[in-house]
Design a protein around this ligand. Sequence first.
Ligand SMILES: C[S@+](CC[C@H](N)C(=O)[O-])C[C@H]1O[C@@H](n2cnc3c(N)ncnc32)[C@H](O)[C@@H]1O
Length: 264
Amino acid sequence: MITLVHFQTCLSEFAEKFDKLASKYDHTIQHSSELEAVINDYSRFVTDQENKAAWEQLEHSELEELDSLVWQLRNKSAQCVAIMEKYRALKLENGDVQIADYFKNIEECIDKEFGSFHVTSDSRVLLVGSGSFPMTPLLIAKRSGAEVVGIDIDEESITLGRKVVETLGTGLKIRLESTLLENLDYTREATHIIFSSTVAAKYDLLDQLHALTNAQVVVAMRYGDQLKSLFNYPMRATDSNKWKLVDTILRPDDVFDIALYQKA
Ligand SMILES: C[S@+](CC[C@H](N)C(=O)[O-])C[C@H]1O[C@@H](n2cnc3c(N)ncnc32)[C@H](O)[C@@H]1O
């Protein structure tokens, strides 16, 4: 069994590596293999059953630096996942299309994303935080024929993402927009909305969405609690007058879980 000291050392080492690799991004793929390897290690680390026990021990240890270390890991890993998507988009432009573990993980979970609230060809799906390699829009549009709109606050992600969709999504109904939820007419028409797990403001945006959406909308909130909160923004309570939790899809082998909300 992993010792608490070893576990803490691993966390500090991951934090250092993420920090170093995030600062190395220079809009080329120079450091992509290094970053991909660390993200794959980290994905395995946060889903490793042995680490669960160590995490619980650490949580109860009242270690002073724990909160800031967790905060740092969550933010830096989110930044690094976004950079990894940029690398993947740049590699696709160069003709290299390898799929890292992280993306396999995402692909497998897409079928289960909305539980019993299936996406059909008539659905209108909105993804908040579509990223530079918009795998979710591509897979949903391909499998269901639904219209999918992705938004992102990062201009470079929209530019790279559009090129990926041009290459891999010919004929699919996918649109990527650099805009805010409140400025997008589509928000009112959406039947299914997905929040990427690494969108820090996702629960504030969910609160705001209540006034901007129709009565039937289903929201899939990707999140990670406990050990997985090292790689995801965790679940938060919602205003019970606005949103009710209708299902939780727990996926022990995957980096994030999914909470489904409907209007209260
Ligand atoms: C790396 S992920 C992309 C998800 C992945 N491509 C997928 O298909 O599931 C997260 C993205 O969320 C974006 N993001 C972060 N905060 C956001 C916000 N408040 N609104 C929109 N996008 C946001 C980041 O810029 C990043 O590109």
